[in-house]
Design a protein around this ligand. Structure first.
Ligand code: GP9
Ligand code: MN
Length: 635
C-alpha cells in the first residue's frame, strides 16, 4: 500500500476500533465458554479478521467520498448487527439465525419485549461509529485515500490470508467445525459473528433453493419404492401389545454393544444391562446398528423420530430444521400421546430447540429444567444419576399417556468421571479414551438401574414400556489399536469395524414374560415402525425406510449412512463383500488378471448395494426437497 506521507488509511482505524469493540462484546455481553488458551486466542483474533475483511473493501472505491461513505455505513450496519444479536441473545441465549428470525412467533415474542431487553450502556456500542463518522466526514485530509492497484490487491490478499488463517486455527481447535456445525456458539467463537452469519445465510440459501426447485413430482416413485421394497403388509405378533402405555425412551450416549456381557479387568462392565438380556420382560437385539453420521446424537434422534436417514454430511438438525416432517410425536399425538424430551444440556445444542418444533415434540426439558451445580456435574454437565433422579418429578407431572425421551450425557467423550463415581477401574492401553470409556459406561449402567427403581417407586413403571438405545459409537476408528488389544484381536479389519457399529437396543415390557435375546439384523431406522406397532397404531400412508423389528417380513438388510450394509448373509464395506457369519470375503475373483472393479461388481453384495444406494438417495430427496409438505397424510 502506498501511504501518503505519514497518513494512515481510515479503514485500518475502523478495523482496530471495531475489532476491540467486538471482542469486548464477545467477552462481556455473550456468555461464551472458553475451554482453553487456544480458544481464547481464536476469540481474540477473529473480530479483527472480520473487521479487516469488511473495511478493507473500501480501498476499491476510487472516489474519496465513496470510500468514506462505505466505511461510515458498514460500521453502522455491522454495529446494528451486533446490537441485534445482543438483544436477541438476552432473550433467547442464542445467536440470530435466519429461520429463527423468520419464525413469526419468535419475532413477535421479541417485538413485545424488545425495549426491556435494551440497556442504556448499549449506546456505547455506537461510540466508535460516531468517531468514525466524524473522522470520515470532517477530517478526511488526515487519511490516505488513494490506493495504487498493488495496494488494493495486497489488501484483498491479506484479507483472504487472515481469513484462511482464522479458519485453519478454528478447524484445528474443532475438527469438522463447518461440516458438522453442531452449535452456533462454537461457530461464533471460532469464526466470529460476521462469518457465522455469512455461513448461516449460505446454509439456508442452499436448503431453500433445493426446496424451491422441488415440486413433489418425485413422490409417486418414492412411494412406490417404499411400498414394494420396505413395507411389510403383515402385522407382527407384538402389534398393540403396549397399546395406551407410556413410552420411556432412553437414548444412551455413546454405548456400543461390545460392552454388553463383557468384562474389563475381570469385572462386568454393565451388570444391569447384562441382567436385562436375561430378563423375561425384555427383548435385547444383539445385531442392532446405529446409522448416524456427522450429526451424531441428533442424527440418531432424527432416525428414531422419522425413520428417514440423516444426511451424509452436516447435521440435518441444522440444515433442514424448517422442513415439514411426519415424525413419531405427530403420529402418536392422534392417539392421545404427548411427547417430551429430557436432556440436561443447552437447548440450542444440535439446534434442538428449532428442530423439536418441526418434529412436533411438545415439551423440551433442557438444562434449565434441572438443578445443575458443580457437585452434580462433570464434563458435559449434569451427571446421569441426578439427571434421572430429577426427571422423575417432571415425569409425574405429565399427562398420560406420554412418549418421553431421555438423553444421557455422562458417557460422552472424553469420558470424564470423578473418582467417587467410579465403580470399576479404567482399562490400560495406549488410548486414554478407550481406557476411560469403561468406568463411564458402568456409571451409565448404574444410572439406568437406579432409574428403573425410581420409576417403580414413583408408580410409573407398570404403565410404561422402556426402550433403551445406544445413539452411536463412542470409540472411533482412531483407537483401533487399543480396541484390538481389548478384544484380543490382531487387528480391527473393515469387517470388525462394521460390527463395532452395533449399539444396544432393548425393549422392556413390564409383565410381558416372553422376552429373549433376538439376533435380527436391525437398526435405528426400525425404531419408529417398531414403536408404532407396539402401540397398535397403523401408519400406512406414511413414507419411511424401516420395519417393525418383530415383523417376520422385514427387508433383510440395514444400510449404514456411508452406503455400507449388513444383511442376513453379508456385510458390505470398503468395496468388499464379506460373509456375515465367518467374516471371510466372498466372491472375490479367483483370477487376479480380472479387472478389480469387475470382480467387485460381480460380488454377492451387488443387488443389495443397489437397493441401499436407491434408498439413501430417496431419503435425501425427501429431505432436500422438503417433500413431506406435498404429501397428504391421513388425519
Ligand atoms: C449434546 C449431546 C451429545 O447435547 O447430545 O451430542 P453428541 O456429541 O454425542 O452428538
Ligand atoms: Mn451422542
Amino acid at each position: 500500500m502506498t501511504f501518503n506521507q505519514n497518513k494512515i488509511p481510515l479503514f485500518i482505524i475502523a478495523t482496530i476500533l471495531f475489532g476491540i469493540k467486538t471482542y469486548i462484546v464477545y467477552r462481556f455481553m455473550f456468555n461464551i465458554d472458553l475451554e482453553n488458551i487456544m480458544q481464547e486466542i481464536i476469540l481474540f483474533i477473529n473480530p479483527f479478521v472480520s473487521a479487516f475483511l469488511i473495511f478493507a473493501i473500501s480501498v476499491w472505491f476510487t472516489k474519496t467520498s465513496r470510500q468514506m461513505k462505505y466505511i461510515r455505513y458498514t460500521s453502522i450496519l455491522a454495529t446494528v448487527l451486533i446490537f441485534s444479536n445482543i438483544v436477541f441473545y438476552r432473550s433467547f441465549a442464542d445467536f440470530i439465525t435466519i429461520p429463527q428470525l423468520l419464525q413469526g412467533s419468535n419475532a413477535a415474542d421479541l417485538g413485545k419485549s424488545i425495549f426491556t431487553l435494551m440497556e442504556p450502556y448499549d449506546l456505547l456500542l455506537f461510540a466508535d461509529v460516531a468517531f468514525i463518522w466524524y473522522l470520515s466526514k470532517y477530517r478526511v485530509e488526515l487519511f490516505t485515500v488513494d490506493f495504487a492497484r498493488k495496494g488494493k490487491v495486497f489488501a484483498l490478499a491479506l484479507s483472504l490470508v487472515l481469513l484462511s488463517g482464522n479458519f485453519l486455527l478454528a478447524e484445528m481447535e474443532r475438527p469438522q467445525l463447518f461440516t458438522r456445525a453442531f452449535d452456533r456458539e462454537y461457530l461464533v467463537k471460532n469464526i466470529g459473528l460476521f462469518n457465522y452469519h455469512i455461513y448461516d445465510v449460505a446454509v439456508n440459501t442452499k436448503a431453500s433453493t433445493q426446496k424451491v426447485f422441488a415440486d413433489g413430482n418425485e413422490i409417486p416413485e418414492i412411494k412406490d419404492y417404499v411400498e414394494n421394497n420396505i413395507k411389510s403388509n403383515q402385522k407382527s405378533d407384538m402389534f398393540g401389545i403396549a397399546k395406551g402405555k407410556n413410552v420411556i425412551f432412553i437414548n444412551a450416549e455413546s454405548i456400543q454393544s461390545f460392552v454388553i456381557n463383557n468384562k474389563v479387568n475381570g469385572e462386568e462392565i454393565t451388570p444391569f444391562l447384562n441382567s436385562l438380556t436375561e430378563d423375561e420382560d425384555t427383548y435385547y437385539f444383539e445385531n442392532f446398528y446405529h446409522q448416524t453420521e456427522q450429526g451424531k446424537t441428533s442424527d440418531s434422534e432424527f432416525l428414531v423420530e422419522n425413520s428417514l436417514y440423516p444426511l451424509s454430511r452436516g447435521a440435518v438438525f441444522f440444515t433442514h430444521s424448517q422442513n415439514e416432517y411426519n415424525a413419531l410425536p405427530n403420529i402418536i399425538a392422534k392417539a392421545g400421546y404427548n411427547s417430551n424430551v429430557f436432556h440436561a444440556n443447552n437447548k440450542t445444542f444440535w439446534n434442538r430447540d428449532q428442530m423439536y418444533e418441526s418434529l412436533d415434540i411438545d415439551n423440551f426439558y433442557g438444562e434449565e429444567a434441572f438443578e445443575v451445580t458443580d457437585d452434580n456435574s462433570v464434563g458435559w454437565g449434569l451427571k446421569d444419576k441426578p439427571f434421572f433422579e430429577q426427571s422423575i418429578d417432571h415425569l409425574q407431572s405429565l399427562e398420560e399417556p406420554y412418549y418421553s425421551k431421555f438423553i444421557t450425557l455422562t458417557n460422552h467423550f472424553p469420558f470424564e468421571l470423578p473418582e467417587e463415581d467410579k465403580s470399576i477401574e479404567a482399562y490400560d492401553s495406549n488410548s486414554t479414551t478407550l481406557n476411560n470409556f469403561f468406568p463411564t459406561v458402568r456409571y451409565m449402567d448404574e444410572s439406568i438401574e437406579q432409574f428403573f427403581n425410581q420409576l417403580k417407586a414413583a408408580g410409573l413403571y407398570e404403565e410404561s414400556i422402556i426402550i433403551i438405545m445406544g445413539d452411536h459409537y463412542g470409540i472411533s476408528a482412531n483407537h483401533n489399536r487399543a480396541m484390538s488389544q481389548y478384544l484380543g484381536k490382531e487387528e480391527i479389519t473393515p469387517f470388525d469395524h462394521v460390527q463395532l457399529q452395533r449399539v444396544p437396543f432393548y425393549i422392556h415390557i413390564p409383565g410381558h414374560g416372553k422376552g429373549e435375546v433376538r439376533s435380527t439384523v436391525s437398526g435405528q431406522i426400525d425404531v419408529k415402525p417398531t414403536i408404532l406397532s407396539l402401540l397398535g397404531i397403523e401408519n400406512e400412508d406414511d413414507i419411511y425406510f424401516g420395519n417393525d423389528v418383530f415383523s417376520e417380513t422385514r427387508k433383510d438388510y440395514v444400510a449404514l449412512r456411508n452406503g455400507d450394509f449388513i444383511s442376513d448373509d453379508y456385510i458390505s464395506t470398503s468395496g468388499m463383500c464379506y460373509d456375515r457369519q465367518t467374516g471371510d470375503p466372498v466372491n472375490e475373483s479367483s483370477d487376479p488378471s480380472l479387472d478389480v472393479s469387475m470382480s467387485e461388481k460381480e460380488n454377492a453384495c451387488t443387488p443389495i448395494i443397489e437397493k441401499v444406494d436407491q434408498e439413501l438417495a430417496y431419503s435425501d430427496d425427501l429431505i432436500y426437497g422438503d417433500l413431506f409438505r406435498f404429501i397428504e397424510l391421513e388425519e
